[in-house]
Write a protein that binds this ligand. Structure first.
Ligand code: GAR
Length: 206
């Protein structure tokens, strides 16, 4: 990013703990992730610890409870809250909800997700346990653009670790999380630089 360029405005969406959000916030604060700022943190679950942390840290927050609401109606509220803050890039950080086609269309190639497996292996819930029980020798995480399918869009980057003999599903998840916290900021920096093109599913660095 050149000095004249404005930082990319991030809209963080989360449903739970929020450790990926906290890692991104810390990387921006410390200057490890430049060229981006957090415009708003939005949760779909009232009790999400990540939402409480965001508001304690002084970030703008919004809560739109999704349970029991039609997806399109809920998404319309979230899209409006993001547009109101001129969000450039939507960051799904443990946001456990499929986005409607309208949401995807509102931010074309501008929505990122992190998933705790080496996709396309083990999409969906409890990916780390799925991987552990399958007996894989390499595990990891994936940051990808979001499309209408679950854990599916073009891959920006992956980080892999070896599964140790001594691992259980819990320790494996913890070690993958360490990689997630590095991977997400790295992927945001890559997208913020604008120095890439998508050829079909393939992310190509320019
Ligand atoms: C992370 O492990 C993230 O990869 C996963 O949820 C966790 C959220 O943790 N996301 C998915 O499984 C998406 N399919 P966090 O709230 O501490 O960031």
């Amino acid at each position: 990013m050149s000095a004249a360029q404005k930082p990319l405005r991030l809209g963080i969406l989360l449903s739970g703990r929020g450790s990926n959000f906290l890692a991104i916030a810390e990387n921006i604060r410390s200057g490890r992730l430049s060229g981006a700022e957090i415009a708003v943190v939005i949760a779909n679950v009232a009790e999400a610890p990540g939402l409480a942390a965001a508001s304690e840290m002084g970030f703008e927050t919004e809560l739109f409870v999704s349970k029991g609401r039609p997806r399109a109606e809920h998404d319309a509220d979230v899209i409006a809250a993001l547009k109101k803050r001129n969000v450039d890039l939507v960051i799904l950080a443990g946001y456990m909800r499929l986005l409607s086609p309208r949401f995807i269309a509102a931010f074309p190639n501008r929505i990122l997700n992190i998933h705790p497996s080496l996709l396309p292996a083990f999409p969906g819930l409890d990916a780390q346990t799925q991987a552990f029980e399958y007996g894989v020798k390499l595990a990891g995480c994936t940051v990808h653009f979001v499309d209408e399918h679950l854990d599916h869009g073009a891959i920006i980057l992956q980080r892999a670790i070896e599964v140790a003999e001594s691992d259980d599903a819990h320790s494996l998840a913890e070690r993958i999380l360490v990689e997630e916290h590095i991977a997400y900021s790295e992927a945001i920096a890559r997208v913020a630089s604008g120095e890439f093109e998508l050829r079909g599913r393939r992310y190509i660095k320019k």
